[in-house]
Design a protein around this ligand. Sequence first.
Ligand SMILES: Cc1ncc(COP(=O)(O)O)c(C=O)c1O
Length: 437
Amino acid sequence: MNHQNAFSADMTAAISSVWGRLAKTPIVRGQGSRVYDVEGRSYLDFTSGIGVTATGHCHPLVVQAVQDQASQLLFGQMNCMLPAKTVEYSHAIQEATPDSIDTFFFSNSGSEAVEGAIKLAKVATGRPNVIAFQGGFHGRTAMTMALTSSKGIYREGYQPLPSGVFFSSFPNAFQDQCDPEMAIDTALADLERLLKTQSMPSETAAMLIEPVLGEGGYLPAPKAFLQGLREVCDRTGILLIIDEIQSGFARSGHMWAHESSEVRPDILVMAKGIASGLPMSAIGASRELMSKWQPGSHGGTYGGGSPLAMAAGLATLRVIHEEHLIENAAREGEYLSNRLRDCLSRLPHRTDVRGPGLMIGVELIGEHGPDKELVTSLQHECLHQGLMLLTCGIGGNVIRWIPPVNVSRSEIDEAIDIFDKSLNSVMESQAGVALTS
Ligand SMILES: Cc1ncc(COP(=O)(O)O)c(C=O)c1O
C-alpha cells in the first residue's frame, strides 16, 4: 500500500482536535526505540507513548505472544468465564509485586484502575474522603480529574467535580529553593493540619500518591516523605494507594519506584508499561482487603477478559526479567542524566536533572522564571531533527525523558547529539541568551 497516497487528503480532520499532538505526520511502523512515518522518516521515540511501549515498539516476544493468543481466544468476559491467560497472569504479577500485594483486579486504562482503587478503599474502610497530593495526575474520568492537580486544563470547564477530595503538599525543594529536609517537614506538617482541619482520619479512606510525579514534573517523592505518609496511615487506618501507572515496570531502575523508599502500599495501581502497548491496567491489594469488595459491586465488560492483553503482559514480564531491564534502566538512566547535565551546563539557566532510572525530568528556570518557551522550542527542534520528547510540569518547563527501558547506549548517544544540536540552534536563535562555552 502506498501510505503517502492513502493520507494525501486531510484525513486527520475526522479526528477530534481534543488530542493535542506532538508529531503530526501519521506513523505507520515502530521497531524498538524508533517509529517511521508515512513519508519514510524515522524518529527516535523517547516518549514511549507516555511510558506505554516500555519494551520498545513491537518487541518480537510480545508480538509473538499476541499473535499466538489471537488464534486461541480473543475475549472471555470475566463474569461469564475465566480466561486461562488471566489466571496465568495473576500468578505472574503476584511474583512481581511487593509481598503486601497478592490479589488483583484488571481493567483497561490507568484512570479506570485509579477509580476502582478509590472505590475499593471507600468500601473497605467505610470512610468517604480521599487525600491526593499537589501536582499529581491520576486520570481524566470524573473521579480521577477530581484527584488531579498537575494542570488547570485537566479540570477547567468540567467543574464541579466529585467531592470528598482534599489536596496536601508534595515536597519540592528545587522549586521552593529550600533545604530538602525542610520541604519534607513542611509537606508532612500540611498533611497533619489537613487531617485536623478538613478531613478527619475517621472520614479519610485513603491517600493517593505517585512515587514520582509524572505530569506534575518528574519529581520523585523523597524517601522520608513516603515513610512519613506510611507512618500516618499506620497510625490512622488510612490506606496508602501508590499510583505506579507511569513509574512501574522497571521504569525507575526498580520494578516499582516506591521500592527504594521501603514503604508498603496497601493498594498498588499499575498500567502503561504493563503490557507493552495493549490496553491493560491492574489494581493490586492484599486478599483480605480485596475480599471486602462484594462480588458484583465493581466490574466492567472488558477488564480482565482480554487474553491478548494478558499474553502481552506475560511476555512483558518475561522480557523485563530475561533482558535485565531493571538493571538497564538504572545504568542507562544514570548515563543519560550525566550526559544531560553536561549539555545543560552551558545554559545560563537554573537547571535540575532528576528522577530515578529512565524517568528523567529536566527543569529549566530562566531569568524570568520557568522557561516554557525554551522547553517548547527545544521539543519542536528535536522533533524536526528526529527525536520525540515530551514535556511536563506545572509551568510546562520540564523536558521529560522516558525512552523504552531497553534503550541502548548508542540510541542514548544519538538522542543526546540531537538534543545538543537542537539546544545550540534554539539558543542561537533566541536573542540575548548566550551559551557559556
Ligand atoms: C500516574 C498516572 N496515573 C494515572 C494515569 C491515567 O492513565 P490513563 O491515561 O491510562 O487513563 C496516568 C496517565 O498518564 C498517569 O501517568
